[in-house]
Unconditional design. Structure first.
Length: 120
């Protein structure tokens, strides 16, 4: 048995054994500093991995927000142009309608006047 000089006491049977052993050689209880270290190392890796993902997520979120902001801005400009175009077209139609009504009115008046004039 390799002796590192560090001994631990088995939490199960109380026997003393080398710290490098994964299990108690007497009762096979799973006291495992080496295993624990490995486990903690894995946890640390997972934690770092999660932090990395979190940072990636933040970056992705910021990038996403930037894209959304640009999209919203472009949409707003397009909508404003559309509204302007609709208002302009509607205004033109209304204006032409009004002009036509005015022309019709004047024409009717003119015809009526002409008729009145002709009758006189
Ligand atoms: Zn033991």
């Amino acid at each position: 048995m390799e002796n590192t000089g560090k001994m631990v006491i088995c939490p199960n049977c109380g026997a003393e054994f080398d710290v490098s052993l994964i299990r108690c050689p007497y009762c096979d209880a799973g006291y495992a500093p080496a295993e624990e270290e490995e486990y903690m190392g894995q946890l640390e890796e997972i934690r770092k991995d999660l932090e990395g993902h979190k940072n990636d997520g933040d970056k992705a979120l910021k990038k996403g927000l930037g894209t959304v902001a640009r999209y919203v801005l472009v949409s707003a400009v397009v909508i404003a142009l559309l509204l302007f175009a609709i208002m302009w077209i509607t205004g033109s139609i209304e204006k032409s309608r009004a002009d036509r009504r005015k022309e019709e009115f004047l024409l009717n008046q003119g015809v009526t006047m002409q008729q009145e004039d002709s009758t006189k």
